[in-house]
Design a protein around this ligand. Structure first.
Ligand code: 5GP
Ligand code: MG
Length: 179
């Protein structure tokens, strides 16, 4: 797999160091709040697992899955897997792999807010501000790394369902897309 990667953006060690910092920050902010961490499948799974291992306070976990499809005029989001928990009155922390155009996070945020949580925070491992849809006004509360406008893979993120299990984050070689 390494031969398909043009260059590594964040090594395993860099990712783990940053996640420890983020988890410590959230543990301090949410002490005594009994938060529920909500991950968005599938890209978040590696980040989610490593993050919650570093959280030092009591917490719960749940997951949802959404998918996007291209309509005649614009992209639409669809809920593929709903939450199992009742989050009414709860302090929710959304975990995402990457904040790109922002459509997924906006959809996720609205879906969660409709269930009347006490508060909602957005934590994303990566932020790619160059790709943000100007119509999206939502902002992340905590960002692991800001990335350039390149398609990244690894550490949960895929290209055609491949590369999710890489322990680092890298940029693919152009010939992989060109096939
Ligand atoms: P959005 O464009 O809605 O912000 O991002 C939607 C989803 O597309 C992300 O959660 C992520 O799973 C995927 N995505 C966005 N940018 C990238 C990228 O650079 N690489 C990979 N592998 N997936 C991405
Ligand atoms: Mg995602």
């Amino acid at each position: 797999m390494r031969e398909s990667i043009d260059h590594i953006l964040f090594s395993e060690e860099q990712i783990q160091t940053r996640i420890r910092e983020m988890a410590q920050q959230i543990s301090t902010e949410y002490a005594d709040k009994d938060p529920i961490f909500i991950g968005v499948f599938k890209g978040v799974v590696l980040f989610f697992a490593d993050f919650v291992k570093r959280v030092s306070i009591h917490c719960e976990m749940d997951f949802l899955q959404i998918s996007s499809y291209q309509g005649t005029q614009s992209k639409h989001m669809e809920l593929k897997k709903a939450l199992c928990s009742d989050i009414t009155g709860r302090h929710v922390v959304i975990l995402e792999d990457i904040f790109d155009t922002g459509h997924s996070l906006e959809y996720t945020y609205d879906y969660i807010c409709r269930q009347a949580p006490a508060s909602v925070k957005i934590v994303t491992l990566l932020d790619k501000p160059a790709r943000r849809d100007p119509k999206v006004t939502l902002q992340a509360d905590l960002v692991g790394f800001t990335v350039p406008n390149e398609f990244v893979v690894g550490y949960g993120m895929d290209y055609n369902e491949h590369f999710r299990n890489l322990p680092y984050i890298g940029v693919l070689k152009p010939e992989v897309y060109e096939g």
